[in-house]
Design a protein around this ligand. Structure first.
Ligand SMILES: *[C@@H]1O[C@H](CO)[C@@H](O)[C@H](O)[C@H]1NC(C)=O
Ligand SMILES: *[C@@H]1O[C@H](CO)[C@@H](O)[C@H](O)[C@H]1NC(C)=O
Length: 522
């Protein structure tokens, strides 16, 4: 059956299935299993594309409801018989659990654990896949009132594609909205339905909301072997949680891929297994581990600002009574869009993806942690030496973290794993003591700097370029922006302060060429 048809059936559960309890673990593999079953067994029904838009919009009781309806195809006829679908009750229950994204009582719903250790919201992922399957992406905005100049090729209310099929739109209209740019006339529906609407609305502070504006938080699964409940680390987090942003970015990246490749397109179950596995079409760079880097290549802050602005304008026209958009001027929308796009680009895309302690199963800190006086002025670089091999998977890196923590706590008698952060070769940074607590990494200097270790033995070889870039650029620039590290921080190797070979001859040789490297601490 067609990929669209499969997605359509999936989305149908949001509306028609009876409430169920998922007994399947809330992991990406369960979602892939649902897709695979539908792709294998579903009767080949020619389901209308428009149905998926209807389902998406029916699923959206909240604020972005009219957008999906307008941007993804609108329904034109009664939907097909849903009783014919072949999913088992447990798979139906799973889809029911994960298809709505919500934050209730400090828990985030509609998210699953992916094989790379990241948590991903399913709804924006599905919306991105759907937008990508529909191909052409530029959609003209409807005109709000007769007073607005109506250009010669005026689009009637309702969607119409503004560009030939297959034309990429992500880099058109890259003007900054606050730079007296003219009002947006079109949006990229892929960015609009995945990211732009939620980004814009979150930063557009509504009159009465108790959640924080801005980017949200990570969370912890009740158990990693059979995840069911995801509790946020900051209970007052905004809707733009890390899991939401992950799902939105994955939806945008995969939708972009689907909109560009020629038909026949791969089954969605294959595409997702590759993306959350070894890489799409054999490309190890195109997988969930590197979503932030790929996201930075997909869209710039200025392009995204234009898209957020266009999406907010669209939403205002579609739903003039929208509580957050009523009487908000074009200039205000443009300002919010610029700010939101900048925050997302710098504080999410430009920051390392850090797995919190609970994700690798850290044992509790022993005793009472000592707070750091932030911002710190130093970054001390280590290699772990043991384990000697770089870790390249979430499972491998997590096991390394646990064994180092056990060694530091039980054999060395320390309170916790010594390092502030540990850098894997899987695209992730693992939280050790983190930004706020004094570590045990560089004797005599632990309260002056963060200790960051690469997993591996770098006496004769070097970490991957992605891992190196994390410590050379991404982590320090993100920490400086957040006020955790001084912008003029100094970078040193462990051996410069303590009698040790750490961080290895090869790595230390390279560190000496890095911008913030200093020969002596003072
Ligand atoms: C919006 O603006 C109009 C005209 O300025 C005003 O009459 C109306 O009360 C405003 N509505 C709200 C909800 O602020
Ligand atoms: C680290 O690498 C060096 C150079 O290859 C090697 O001599 C040493 O035995 C390695 N140490 C460990 C613990 O693997």
């Amino acid at each position: 059956m067609t990929a669209q048809g499969v997605l359509w059936i999936l989305l149908a559960f949001l509306v028609w299935s009876k409430p169920g309890t998922a007994s399947l673990p809330l992991v990406m593999d369960s979602v892939i299993q649902v897709l695979a079953e539908l792709e294998q067994k579903a009767p080949v029904t020619e389901v209308s594309l428009t149905a998926s838009a209807r389902l998406l919009s029916a699923q959206d009781s909240g604020t972005s409801n009219p957008l999906h309806h307008f941007l993804l195809e609108t329904p034109s006829h009664k939907t097909a018989d849903l009783d014919a679908h072949p999913l088992s009750p447990e798979l139906q229950g799973l889809m029911k659990m994960v298809a709505q994204h919500e934050i209730r009582g400090g828990q985030e719903h509609g998210v699953v654990l992916a094989p790379d250790g990241s948590t991903v919201a399913v709804k924006p992922l599905l919306a991105g896949l759907e937008a990508g399957l529909q191909g052409h992406r530029v959609v003209n905005l409807p005109l709000d009132s007769p007073a607005t100049p109506w250009d010669a090729e005026a689009t009637p209310p309702g969607r119409r594609d503004a560009s030939p099929e297959g034309t990429s739109s992500s880099d058109t209209e890259a003007t900054l909205p606050n730079d007296k740019a003219k009002s947006p006339t079109a949006v990229d529906r892929l960015l609009a339905v995945t990211l732009a609407a939620d980004l814009g609305l979150t930063f557009l502070q509504p009159p009465q909301t108790q959640s924080h504006p801005g980017l949200g938080t990570e969370g912890c699964w009740d158990q990693l072997s059979d995840p069911q409940i995801f509790t946020l680390l900051d209970p007052k987090a905004s809707m733009l949680t890390v899991a939401f942003l992950n799902g939105a970015l994955d939806g945008a990246l995969l939708g972009d891929y689907l909109s560009r490749i020629p038909e026949p397109r791969p089954p969605l179950s294959h595409l997702l297994s590759q993306y959350y596995g070894a890489g799409v079409a054999g490309n190890p760079g195109f997988r969930s581990n590197f979503r932030r880097q790929n996201g930075a290549a997909l869209t710039s802050a200025s392009t995204l600002a234009q898209q957020v602005w266009g999406t907010l304008v669209l939403l205002q026209r579609l739903k003039p009574a929208h509580t957050q958009l009523r009487n908000v001027s074009q200039e205000q929308l443009a300002q919010v869009a610029t700010y939101a796009a900048k925050e997302f680009t710098e504080a999410f895309l430009g920051c390392p993806a850090i797995h919190p302690r609970c994700r690798w199963g850290a044992a509790p800190y022993r005793g009472r942690p000592k707070p750091l006086q932030l911002p710190l002025g130093f970054l001390y670089v280590h290699h772990t030496y043991v384990p000697a091999l770089p870790c390249t998977t979430f499972t491998g890196c997590s096991a390394n973290m646990l064994s180092m923590q056990r060694f530091h706590q039980d054999t060395r008698g320390w309170d916790d794993i010594g390092y502030s952060f540990v850098v894997g070769s899987d695209g992730y940074v693992y939280e050790g003591r983190g930004w706020h607590w004094v570590g045990a990494h560089t004797l005599g200097h632990n309260s002056r700097g963060f200790g960051v270790a690469f997993v591996g033995n770098y006496t004769a070889t070097l970490p991957t370029e992605a891992a190196l870039r994390m410590v050379r650029e991404v982590l320090p620039s993100c920490a400086s922006r957040a006020g955790l590290l001084r912008p003029d921080y100094k970078l040193l190797g462990h051996r410069q302060l303590v009698a040790t070979d750490c961080p290895g001859d090869a790595l230390f040789g390279l560190l000496r060429t890095w911008p913030h490297f200093t020969e002596t601490e003072n």
